[in-house]
Ligand binder design. Sequence first.
Ligand code: HXC
Length: 520
Amino acid sequence: MTQPALELQELIAAMEQRRAKVEAGGGLDRQKKQREGGKLTARERIERLLDPGSFLEMGTFVEHGRNRLMDGIEAPGEGVVTGSGTVNGRQVFVFSQDFTVLGGSLGKMNASKVTKVMDLAAKTGCPVIGLNDSAGARIQEGVDSLSGYGEIFYRNAIYSGAVPQISAILGPCAGGAVYSPALTDFILMSRGSSYMFITGPEVIKSVTREDVTFDQLGGADVHTRKSGVAHLAYEGDEAVIDGVRDLLSYLPQNAKEQPPVVPCSDPVMRSNEKLLELVTPDQRRPYAMLDVIHELVDGGTFLEIQPDWAKNIIVGFARLNGQSVGIVANNPKAMSGSLNIDASDKAARFIRTCDCYNIPLLTLVDVSGFLPGVQQEYGGIIRHGAKMLYAYAEATVPKITLITRKSYGGAYLAMNSRDMGADVVYAWPTATVAVMGAEGAANIVYRKDIKESANPEATRAQKIAEYKEAFDNPYVAAAKGYIDDVIPMETTRARLIQAFAMLRDKQEARPFKKHGNMPL
Ligand code: HXC
């Protein structure tokens, strides 16, 4: 190779020196502290996320916005590493906050590095992955750092539904650092080393006198079990980042594309006899809906989203003959699968996420109704339940519903019935569709007959039996066309795959509007 002239050699050496300084971030001591806390550095995280050798860095030499308080302060790389690369061969954009540089705090120029990759992601139609580890607004930059957050929030919102946005929370994310993730499609957290809160324990103590640790306030378990803010929790940075890669495999690059189809070795016609033992006609015998899902989907692989929050509804991604599907299913093992406030929010959000990204929806129904109760009414179950109705009606992706057992009342509609826009509705012979269960119905409709009877209990039992005979089956609904077919349970996988294939080119127009006014 030809040796460059001496002057050029000096320029190259200077460039390399500058680059090395940027790549060292906050220095070896702070990196050591970061690793001692069980965390990877910002650059190690990018390496873990992207295919080997694919990272293309941008904004390498960006420096902080100068002001009096920032004089003399160095911020190599401006506290965030940004660029693009590939995940399983597909391009993504990434920003990785560097906690070793001023706590990964966000100043104006730091934000400009982030918005640069967000804009490129939108222009090229690629997902954006945020690896978050930040102490929030950079205190020394005052209103400029708030402005930086504004620029990011604005883009999170306007690119929402255009390209997938995924947030990995890998450190103490405080203040503004949590609202950007909250505006993205998915939040994944690491247990024990990541936190999300608006105000930290010290401020809380001074204002409300409540004494909490970081973990009790905003740890991964809090946000995946209590608040519903985060979607998935893992042990450690590596597992979170691998989780991001897995999640991406179900999503398209952008809203104009279809999700990737992967080769499938699980036979389409595989018989599902196992279901015959799992789901019996006895309404009092709950079964694990997760077992039903595992039995139906390719290789039994199901990526459950928010598995530990609102467990009465199950949502997540799987594949049927290699094609991504979003599954929404009641869970008869939790609260009899009834719908409450949190379940409605969880399902509505998931349905809308699938619709944004062209992922067909499969709804598995075994629902007793909306959960009755004063707290539910005071908490606004009407407005929350309405979100589910809205989300299903709004969704134009292929929508298939399978009623496995009971489907009662308003919840029958909320679980994507024919009238709410289901393209295909199947039921198993175990299904029953009615306004309510036979016991409740007989007690209301025949109250007078039961009361006036010489033998009220015998009359009650007879009326329950009569009601059951009339309505407690799938055939009344099927006779009126609300159910397209009552299918043998063991053929379910094949039926679903055939029906989704039939719907592959589905197009559905909606009347012009700026956007709908979804109940919130
Ligand atoms: C500038 C900051 C900083 C900040 C921390 N640092 N927070 N620098 N702006 N907001 C610096 C520290 O001086 C330190 O620098 C380094 O980052 C690491 O911080 P430590 O406190 O040593 O780390 P740790 O003990 O791990 O505690 C992490 C922390 C704590 C819990 C995040 O730093 C903290 O509470 N910071 C303040 C959080 C906050 O209130 N942010 C503003 C939120 S308001 P050296 O040089 O020693 O390494 C906000 C408004 C936006 O974000 C709202 C928009 C809606």
